[in-house]
Each structure stands twice: as C-alpha cells, then as structure tokens.
Design a protein around this ligand. Structure first.
Ligand SMILES: *[C@@H]1O[C@H](CO)[C@@H](O)[C@H](O)[C@H]1NC(C)=O
Ligand SMILES: *[C@@H]1O[C@H](CO)[C@@H](O)[C@H](O)[C@H]1NC(C)=O
Length: 207
C-alpha cells in the first residue's frame, strides 16, 4: 500500500495549481484566510487599497524580515493593476499579514499550510508595531499578461480550475484556427490533462 505522502507527491507532480488570495477586498481580511498548497504551486495575492502582504516567522507575528516575502506598499502596485505572486517551494507553514498600520494586530493575518493561525493571530494582538518595509522581495509583482502566461504554463504542467479553462480555450482556438501546430498543442494538452486525471483516479483508488 502506498503512503498518503507518496500519493500526494504523485498528485503534486501532475498538479501545479495557482491559488488566489484577495488582500483586503472586503476590509481587513484575507480571503481565503488559509489555504493548502503544494510545492510547485503559485499563490497570487490580489492587492486592494491600501493593503499589502508580507510573511513572518510563526514566532514573530507582524514582523517581516529580510527573509520574508513582501509585496511592497500598495502604492507600489500601480493601483491594483498588478498582483503579487509567490512560488510555493515546500509544505512548510507560511504565515502572512498586512503591514499597514494596525491591520496585523487587528487580525488581518493568514497562512499557507498552517495549523496554528489562531495562536499566531492572538500573539499578533500584542505586537507594538508591525514591520513590513523595504523592497518587494520573495515574489514578483505581475501584470495581467504575465499572469496569463503563468496560468498557461500551469496548464502545460496540467490541472487546476484555471488550467482546465485555458485547456478549453486552446482547443477552441485549434478548432477555429488552421495551424497544425496549435492542433498538436491542443492534443498534447488533452493528453497531459488525461494523465493528471489518471493520477487522481489512481490516488482515489489507493486511498
Ligand atoms: C523582528 O525580527 C527580527 C529578526 O528576527 C528581530 O531582530 C526583531 O527584534 C523583530 N522585531 C520585533 C518587533 O519583534
Ligand atoms: C516563480 O517561478 C517562476 C517559474 O519557474 C519563475 O519565473 C519566477 O521567477 C519564480 N518567482 C520567484 C519569486 O522565485
């Protein structure tokens, strides 16, 4: 019998997902507040005025250091036209917060692969001053065209709702277009999707 970890690793190889987090769209909250992501996945933070996002150690809430990721202040994001994208490289927990004024202390915190967000949030209340300054780091500010190619490459390595959408788009394009190359790409696309579906089916069977 395969371990769950083995199955998850198999699934991870087939499935590179793009996750979205809204940063302050509805006030001082991240939506979703927590998410589960695998190595190879990307997380796209959609920044709404005046918020930003930075990571911190679990033991030091609201404190972005040089090894944290930081989106830069909202004014550095071309008025929301850009999104901050990070690559998930391990399953280690990542705690993040908004560094504006007292938002972190007020509970504007979230996490990736975390299981102690309540404790982090509660410790954040006692922080005197949030620290999130300096240059954009640990991720990239991307415009919509760069994000579109990101989701296209995720679909090439297959899966996720976004890639299913672009797979559908590329087969539509190949139906209407006459280029044999694009037809080939669409076929390859379907085969990759089929492979992912197969891995999921095997994983479901083994579980
Ligand atoms: C933030 O983290 C740095 C590096 O670990 C540390 O030196 C500093 O004291 C921390 N600041 C606060 C307010 O905890
Ligand atoms: C994330 O991964 C993409 C694709 O491999 C790469 O182009 C980008 O530079 C990476 N971003 C960071 C911040 O490492």
């Amino acid at each position: 019998m395969y371990s769950l970890a083995t199955i998850l690793t198999l699934a991870t190889i087939a499935l590179a997902a793009i996750h979205s987090v809204d940063v302050g769209e509805e006030g001082e909250t991240f939506n979703p507040q927590t998410l589960t992501a695998s190595p190879g996945d990307s997380v796209v933070f959609h920044l709404y005025s005046p918020h930003n996002v930075a990571s911190s150690a679990y033991s030091s809430p609201c404190n972005a250091t040089s090894s944290s990721f930081f989106s830069g202040p909202y004014s550095g994001t071309s008025n929301g036209a850009k999104k901050f994208v990070i690559n998930v490289t391990s399953t280690d927990p990542i705690y993040f917060f908004c560094g504006v004024q007292k938002h972190c202390q007020d509970g504007m915190v979230g996490g990736i692969n975390v299981d102690q967000l309540d404790q982090y949030k509660s410790a954040a209340k006692d922080v005197k001053k949030a620290e999130a300054s300096g240059d954009v780091r640990g991720g990239e500010l991307l415009g919509d065209s760069a994000l579109a190619s990101l989701s296209a490459s995720a679909s090439a390595s297959s899966s996720s709702t976004m890639s299913m959408t672009s797979a559908a788009t590329s087969s539509t394009a190949s139906t209407t277009g006459s280029s044999p190359k694009s037809t080939g790409a669409a076929v390859a696309q379907r085969e990759v999707s089929g492979f992912a579906a197969g891995v999921l089916a095997v994983a479901a069977y083994l579980v």
